[in-house]
Design a protein around this ligand. Sequence first.
Ligand SMILES: Nc1nc2c([nH]c(=O)n2[C@@H]2O[C@H](COP(=O)(O)OP(=O)(O)OP(=O)(O)O)[C@@H](O)[C@H]2O)c(=O)[nH]1
Length: 141
Amino acid sequence: MTTAPHSAPRKLLLVSAVALINENRHVLLAQRPEGKSLAGLWEFPGGKTEPGESPEATLIREVDEELGLHISADNITPLTFASHSYADFDLLMPLYLCRTWQGIPHGREGQNIAWVPLTDLYDYPMPPADLPLIPFLQKFV
Ligand SMILES: Nc1nc2c([nH]c(=O)n2[C@@H]2O[C@H](COP(=O)(O)OP(=O)(O)OP(=O)(O)O)[C@@H](O)[C@H]2O)c(=O)[nH]1
């Protein structure tokens, strides 16, 4: 008698990300460095939620680590989310909106960053999960 193989459950990855919007209605994107998955693509700052960490705390921590920016929980608001099935995991990514921060952003991990007019977002190749977010941002931000 043969037994059907049990496949491991797919992993659900929770990632917090932010649309930092400046006074010119430009959004800050960061380029994924060489050596990482999806290298070279432009993404919203953020990262994986650690065990026991709230999505908002993740965002505040990641924006500091990646960009040297200080944002407060009072200045971020939920905007929309991305949901995408990558080959080896499902991504759920709340996208917050932030228009007020302290500091001048710089790529603390050596990554390129760019302030991108919302109308030019399609000129910056982004991960597939992010593509549905572009028309949303263009229409509602
Ligand atoms: N921060 C961020 N992550 C995104 C975006 N879109 C998207 O698919 N992701 C995915 O969400 C995950 C975020 O992971 P991360 O930034 O904390 O970690 P990482 O690159 O070091 O991890 P990895 O190289 O193992 O994927 C990555 O798999 C990344 O590809 C986005 O706009 N911003």
